[in-house]
Design a protein around this ligand. Structure first.
Ligand code: ATP
Ligand code: MG
Length: 718
């Protein structure tokens, strides 16, 4: 394999010193812990390219695991452009499915792999009926399915469900024993129907490797170097599969950002990422803090929102510093109702597109998929093309299927000397496509955009073939057989099999979950209403914190322009709602309450204004002026996340001490101080003195006892 120095230079160029450390680290465990937009995905992509070009690894021995099929496709594209095609980039599910399918004839005595069902709803409803639940409505069925999914993802069997759910602080929709019974029955009806669910795929792949040494040997001979992107959102079953793949190997690179953990409700945990350096004490650990994606204005807001978080990521959080030139401040808008909000967003999109901004560089992001419809309608009315993420499988669209048939048919009749993009356009003319955009919007425009995307893919395919040729990566060049059109058709078939969808020229409509890892010049974060984000069923502190991280993910998708909006009512004249609590600047009264608004929230505690120490609500970030609120460290009406059990022990201890000293209880500590202690759970002396009501004297008298209680001591033992 040629280690072409120009290609190598290209791989190292455009990386800072820390990123280069990731790229050039020797074989072995590597862990990148870094915030959004710091170039984690870029670093792992370049690491694979660098090592391939240096001849240290062969691209076909790499398994890169990404979170979505789209991310896998982008990673492959980026590698192809760096001259390294042929790397397997897949989601855990896709990789497991592929391996199981391959080995099924051997493992299942010639029987094919059972069909994989995408939703659990049907079998959950049947199972619920079998255990005697008379009517499992859609919401209950969905909640039961979530519990089953969580249990399976965390490797919990029906008989262990009740205990595990209690330990994890789940809030099952029914008694835990009933959920366990539905879970057991679900497994029975599902296997009677001869199908598998997504978790079965992962478990099947684990079983294939763990129980079959020949399968393990073959897989481990194929995959020798592992890379996992978005590792903060790995769940126990995925982790076990990763370990099965690895066997005794140690060549693994993981990258992630604990502040972007947004799937813990399904069993994912940032623990694997955070504990990686402990599991591999010799790991090269790199932290990145330069945000190359977003303007400093966007970065500042992102830092503000996440700095108030109290999730496990708080331990490792590093503030980001924006590297891009300054841009416009985030736009904050309040609307009377949702149709007005959607119309304004669509009008703004139309203006941007008219000014020359490519629609594919704009995204409208929301918390729940149900919010999509109103934006689809508003954008269609405004004549703006759009694409709904994950709504339709690109390669299943009838016009795309017809186009692929036409390309196949054109192979024989096309002169191989005709440049590929031209040949593709020629083939598409046969199905009525023309390079000029149609004037209308709607469905016709969507079809046109889909085929235009195929033409752009042809351009990319040419560029990737040229890059591979100039890098001289042995055996990886796609350009070694057939005519260009024939090879392009094969590439389309491969993409269709991998659901590797091309970028469509339209404004992206996506949920915040689906936006993970992606970026756009302009991002509209819409529907920022309390009850939507945080979603109403996020009741525990852990769930609320996950919602905050979700918002952080949304904010950090924007490169340049960020729009934040909410509507006071769903429909005109409807019930009035409150804006998202994580963004106090959305509240129209906020500027009056706190003159410096956005700039003063979070991250800047401890400054003195008019002799009063500046303090921000740790739930929503609002500056606190009210005395009680300042004692609590949060707005009075922000949700309390008190540890009831600790509060109870503190009270018992206080009663005993007050009794011994013959003073009223409040002389020891007031209720507000106990509340603050049970909410904030300080672990060190410095944190203790930040609690209102604990001065030097109290610290000396009671500091050790309080810290011991927080550590779990029994009041009677102190
Ligand atoms: P996320 O946490 O959202 O997944 P990330 O850490 O994976 O983000 P990337 O997507 O790799 O970040 O990079 C963010 C953006 O910054 C991309 O547009 C990337 O091309 C760009 N970028 C990364 N590193 C550099 C660099 N050293 N110089 C210039 N641009 C960079
Ligand atoms: Mg990334």
């Amino acid at each position: 394999m040629a280690s072409d120095s120009a290609a190598l230079e290209r791989v190292l160029a455009g990386l800072d010193a820390e990123q280069q450390r990731v790229v050039t680290a020797p074989a072995g465990p590597v862990c990148v812990l870094a915030g959004a937009g710091t170039g984690k995905t870029r670093a792992i992509t370049h690491r694979i390219a660098y090592r391939s070009l240096r001849g240290q690894i062969r691209p076909e021995h790499v398994l890169a695991v990404t979170f979505t099929a789209r991310a896998a496709g982008e990673l492959r594209d980026r590698l192809a452009k760096l001259g390294v095609p042929g790397v397997q980039a897949r989601t855990f599910h896709a990789a497991a499915a592929r391996q199981l399918r391959y080995f099924a004839p051997r493992l299942l005595d010639g029987r094919p792999l059972p069909e994989v069902v995408e939703t659990k709803a049907r079998f959950v409803t049947q199972a619920a009926a079998k255990v005697g639940l008379r009517s499992a409505d859609r919401d209950l069925a969905r909640d039961l399915a979530s519990e089953i999914e969580w249990a399976k993802a965390t490797l919990v069997q029906p008989e262990g469900y009740a205990e595990a759910a209690a330990r994890a602080g789940r809030e099952p929709p029914l008694e835990a024993e009933t959920v366990a019974a539905v879970y057991a029955e679900y497994e029975r009806v599902k296997s009677a129907a001869g199908v598998m669910d997504f978790e079965d795929l992962l478990r099947g792949a684990i079983w294939a490797i763990e129980e079959h040494p020949d399968v393990a040997a073959q897989i481990r001979a194929q995959y020798r170097h592992f890379v996992v992107d978005e590792y903060q959102d790995v769940n126990p079953v995925q982790q076990r599969l990763l370990e099965a793949w690895l066997g005794q190997r140690r060549d693994i690179t993981v990258v992630g950002d604990a502040s972007q953990t947004i799937y813990s409700f399904t069993g994912a945990s940032s623990r694997y990422l955070l504990e990686f350096p402990r599991r591999y004490p010799d790991a090269v650990v790199v932290r990145l803090t330069r945000d190359y994606r977003s303007t400093p204005e966007v970065v500042e807001l992102a830092n503000t929102v996440i700095s108030a978080s109290r999730g496990p990521e708080a331990r490792v959080r590093l503030a980001l510093t924006g590297q891009r030139p300054s841009g416009p401040p985030p736009i904050v808008r309040t609307f009377p109702d949702e149709p007005a909000e959607a119309a304004a967003v669509a009008a703004q999109c139309a203006t941007l597109v008219a000014q020359g901004r490519p629609p594919s560089q704009i995204a409208v992001l929301f918390r729940t998929n149900a919010q999509s419809a109103i934006y689809e309608e508003a954008l269609a009315d405004a004549g703006v093309p759009y694409v709904v993420r994950g709504a339709e499988r690109f390669f299943d669209r009838p016009e795309v299927r017809r186009a692929m048939t036409a390309i196949r048919a054109a192979v024989a009749s096309t002169d191989p000397a005709v440049p590929l993009p031209e040949a593709v356009i020629g083939a598409l003319r046969a199905v009525g496509w023309h390079p000029d955009q149609p004037a209308s919007g709607g469905a016709a425009r969507e079809s046109w955009e889909a085929l235009a995307a195929l033409v752009r893919l042809a351009d990319d395919f040419v560029a990737a073939s040229e890059a591979a040729e100039s890098a001289g990566v042995a055996g990886a060049s796609p350009g070694s057989w057939g005519t260009p059109l024939e090879r392009f058709h094969a590439e389309l078939l491969r993409r269709a099999a991998a659901q590797h969808v091309p970028t469509l020229e339209g404004v992206t409509l996506a949920s915040l979950h689906a936006a993970k890892g992606l970026e756009w010049d302009v991002v509209f974060l819409v529907g920022l209403v309390d009850g939507t984000i945080p979603v109403s069923y996020a009741r525990t502190l852990a769930n609320v914190e996950e919602e905050r991280r979700l918002l952080y993910v949304g904010i950090t998708r924007a490169r340049e322009v960020l729009w934040l909006s909410w509507a006071a009512a769903r429909s005109p004249g409807g019930r009035q709602r409150r804006p998202c609590r994580f963004l106090p600047m959305l509240d129209p009264s906020f500027t009056r309450r706190t003159p410096a608004a956005v700039g003063e929230t979070g991250g800047k505690r401890g400054r003195s204004v008019r002799g009063l120490r500046m303090m921000s609500c740790r739930v929503c970030g609002t500056t606190l002026t009210d005395g009680v609120a300042r004692k609590l460290g949060r707005c009075v009406d922000c949700p309390s996340d008190i540890d009831e059990e600790l509060y109870d022990r503190l009270r018992r201890w206080r009663a005993r001490v007050a009794g011994e000293q013959r003073v009223p209880a409040y002389v020891v500590f007031t209720d507000a101080t106990l509340t603050a202690l049970a909410e904030r759970r300080p672990e060190r002396t410095e944190e203790l003195v930040a609690i209102p009501g604990i001065g030097p004297r109290k610290l000396e008298q009671y500091g050790d006892a309080v810290l011991a209680l927080i550590q779990g001591a029994d009041p009677d033992d102190l």
